[in-house]
Design a protein around this ligand. Sequence first.
Ligand code: HEM
Length: 254
Amino acid sequence: MVGVLVRLAFHDAAGENGANGCIDWSTSAHNGLRPAVTQLDKVYAAHNFHALLSKADFWVLAANVAIEVATQGVVVPFQWGRTDALTCNDANLLPDPEGDHRHMHDVLSTRMGLTDQEVAALLGAHALGRMETSNSGFNGGWTTTQNVLDNSLYKIATKEPWFKRVNSRGFSEWVNADLPCNCNHSYCAQDLLFLNTDVSLFTDTTVGECNVFPGSNCTVDSPYRVYVDVYAANNTVWMRDFVDAMVRLCGVGY
Ligand code: HEM
């Protein structure tokens, strides 16, 4: 449950007009969020929370609590004052998991106003939770500790080689292993899955040997790589930057 609450905060912020307590359910990128929204709506209604804070504020608060639980105590400063929207159109606004680092920049920086560093820090949230075929067409987790929020995504990211494959739904995804699995490092057997956008944190997925030879190293760094190396080496620095970036993310549209 903790993962989906953090994902919801991102999707509300990335939708039309930023965090406004509105999810456009006709946008398939939101698949999988409905059970969490239904639960949150029930609590919000049962306690008359509308008298205290907007639904958008409540969702941000829920994500902050999830982060506190998953980090065993890290507090994201909470800001009030978001306004709810009754309708929204999120068509084509959410990032495409098969996109490269340029696409991430277009969506998260040019449109949403986040810096490269904030984007690099935010994507570490994928340490939490997993992907489900019925939601997104992907099936697997990014890490083996899916209820723990730490810098493990960056540690895994920097363990090359990476191999790109096409899954049963026809989507490109990456595994941290040679296929068939015959490498020596500990991540190999766990068949961890990264999206193209996750791999774009450290390499340009459109060029380099990464794309060509199974098990070859990724050769051309993405602009996010400099941060990934720092975050892989230091959980405290990542956590500090992640908290700041969450505040900025959830402030989009204020
Ligand atoms: C390039 C940007 C991003 C893309 C393309 C992306 C894509 C995805 C996809 C495809 C899933 C799997 C959904 C499912 O199958 O249920 C997912 C899950 C998740 N995302 Fe992202 N995401 C992005 C950025 C973010 C950000 C910025 C955050 C939070 C700060 C975030 C938090 C999460 C979490 C926690 C999950 C796991 C949810 C669960 O376990 O239910 N994502 N994301």
